[in-house]
Design a binder for this molecule. Structure first.
Ligand code: GNR
Ligand code: NI
Length: 167
């Protein structure tokens, strides 16, 4: 297993759209294992392949307190959404920024698991937010894209300054 470097906003590679996964072969399984390790180490409750510069439709999530209930979503599709919620979101690609974003309260998502088996997941609350946040990454979208231009400009300035200091 390996920890993978996470792209930092406003890196333009975060805007690339991910392609569906064909065969779930050994290389994909290794990627899923590495993404899971990277998510736990970060630490984060989710990670999209886009964030590690792999533009394939792969997501790992674990919203459990005990950090032992990983969920793998390959080629995910949302088939139902209900209600609205606004929780503070953060992102490993946008460190130290937290803003409320409007999302569906409940969703049904269909995907393939790490073995390539199709399954359906009913999610609500934080898990539903996390799935929507990660699926946005696969579309080349970062949560700050929902904020006003003024807020986004300030966030970009702060992050670039931070990245210069850490370089
Ligand atoms: O670790 C994360 N926490 C989080 C909190 C609220 C809403 C969404 C998230 S996802 C984020 C990890 C990440 O950046 N995934 O793309
Ligand atoms: Ni994110």
């Amino acid at each position: 297993m390996a920890r993978l470097p996470i792209l930092l906003y406003p890196d333009t590679r975060l805007y690339k759209k991910a392609s569906p996964v064909g065969n779930i072969d050994a290389a994909i399984r290794t990627l899923v294992a590495d993404m899971t390790e990277t998510m736990y180490a970060a630490p984060g409750i989710g990670l999209a392949a886009t964030q590690v510069d792999v533009h394939k439709q792969i997501i790992v999530i674990d919203v459990s307190e005990t950090r032992d209930q990983p969920i793998v979503l390959i080629n995910p599709e949302i088939s139902g959404r209900e209600g609205i919620q606004n929780i503070d979101e953060g992102c490993l690609s946008v460190p130290d920024i937290y803003e409320p974003i409007e999302r569906a309260q409940r969703i049904t998502v269909r995907a393939l698991d790490g073995q390539g088996k199709a399954f359906s997941l009913d999610a609500e609350g934080l898990l539903a937010v996390c799935v929507q946040h990660e699926m946005d990454h696969l579309e080349g979208k970062v949560f700050v894209d929902y904020l006003s231009r003024l807020k986004r400009t300030r966030i970009i300035a702060k992050l670039l300054k931070q990245q210069k200091k850490r370089a």
